[in-house]
Design a protein around this ligand. Structure first.
Ligand code: B12
Length: 311
């Protein structure tokens, strides 16, 4: 998202004066670039990070120029926005699903919570529909597509990780056709500051092992959803375990088809986790153990989230 906003655009979007916005920029609270003529400009992603980090309220979202964020496209005020997302995914209403998801993300809700919450709830509910015959199957495909588009939409607004950011790489095993859970893992890890490579569904472990050796990630994830694919995959898991160990990567297993219970004789670098929030917390722990603590660069929410004060 290379779009540039003027301080006036962002000020209008969050209901503060242009002079306050310029002051925050000059104090380094929000990063700006300068035009040839010396005017301040703010990258759209930077503006969204600022809104999310400070808890600023979007009073005129249309000023950001993101189509679909305007009132009417997102959950009506007073309603439960997560249930609005659930219903939008089930109904195949991409515009409503992705806009409300972005609005929730900008309110400060963790992407991992949105994945574990409304997106998964919608897919689980729709999973009952296929039992009622062919009419339900097309709805599964449509809901899957809505989730994929919505996750990629959010992905395009995430902070861009630096070239040196740790890498996470993952997939679903051979015979497992499910696209959403492995995409969720990738997007959640990106939202935690990782570079990510999602190799998608139906990937043989021999191929995953080669990718691990080549890219040397910090973290490898595998998502198991298909009950048929999980048993043969687990018999071959040693291939990926060994590849991960050789490059010093942590291997994280998850998904509804993964058998519950103790990991047995699994190696210390192999972990089973139950949710996207657990994956996010695990990644945060790994990242914190590798990088020095960052200095806060944004003001406390009250300083910019409240209606404007004179500059
Ligand atoms: C969409 C869908 C399909 C689509 C997939 C489209 C696609 N390209 O992705 C299609 C139509 C192909 C399909 C096919 C089939 N499906 Co289907 N499908 C679903 C459905 C509705 C959604 C799957 C999904 O994306 N879920 C969303 C994910 C995010 O939810 P989750 O897996 O619970 O993930 C959470 C955690 O497990 C965890 N997690 C997941 N991965 C990872 C990874 C890591 C690293 C970590 C830490 C955590 C983690 O975090 C997630 C968020 O909280 C499910 C319903 C359901 N309950 O999930 C049925 C479901 C999985 N399907 C089912 C069945 C029976 C089938 C079919 C046999 C018949 C059919 N419906 O046509 C075939 C078999 C396919 C195969 N080869 O295995 C059953 C499986 C029952 C079982 N256990 O055997 C389900 C549960 C439906 C049901 N209620 O009966 N399906």
């Amino acid at each position: 998202m290379d779009r540039l906003l003027s301080p006036k655009d962002l000020a209008a979007a969050i209901g503060v004066s242009e002079s306050s916005l310029k002051r925050w920029a000059d104090e380094g609270l929000i990063r700006v670039t300068r035009t040839a003529g010396g005017h301040r400009r703010i990258l759209l992603n930077e503006a969204l990070n600022f809104i999310r980090a400070t808890g600023a309220v979007l009073v005129r979202p249309e000023a950001l120029g993101i189509s679909g964020l305007a009132a009417g496209a997102v959950a009506p005020r007073g309603g439960d926005p997560d249930q609005f997302i659930v219903q939008a995914v089930i109904a195949g209403d991409l515009a409503a699903a992705r806009s409300t998801l972005l609005a929730r993300y900008l309110e400060g809700v963790a992407l991992s919570a949105l994945c574990d919450g409304p997106l998964t709830q919608a897919l689980h509910l729709i999973g009952e529909a296929w039992k009622q015959g062919p009419a339900g199957i097309h709805a599964e495909h449509r809901a899957t597509d809505v989730c994929i588009h919505s996750l990629n939409f959010i992905r395009s607004f995430l902070p861009v990780p630096g070239v040196g950011a740790p890498l996470a790489l993952g997939a679903s095993p051979a015979g497992d056709p499910y696209q959403v859970p492995t995409l969720m893992a990738a997007t959640v890890l990106a939202s935690e500051g990782c570079r990510e490579i999602n190799l998608g569904p139906n990937l043989p472990f021999a191929a995953l092992s080669v990718a691990v050796a080549q890219h040397k990630p910090m973290l490898v994830w595998i998502s198991f959803t298909s009950a048929e694919a999980v048993k043969p995959a687990l018999r071959e898991l040693a291939l990926v375990e060994n590849a991960a160990e050789r490059v010093g990567a942590q291997l994280v297993l998850g998904g509804q088809a993964l058998p519950e219970g103790p990991a047995g004789a699994r190696a210390a670098h192999v972990h089973s986790l139950a949710s996207m929030q657990a994956l996010a917390a695990f990644a945060r722990g790994l990242l914190a153990s590798r990088t020095p603590p960052a200095q806060p660069v944004v003001p406390a929410p009250a300083a910019v989230g409240s209606p404007d004060q004179p500059a």
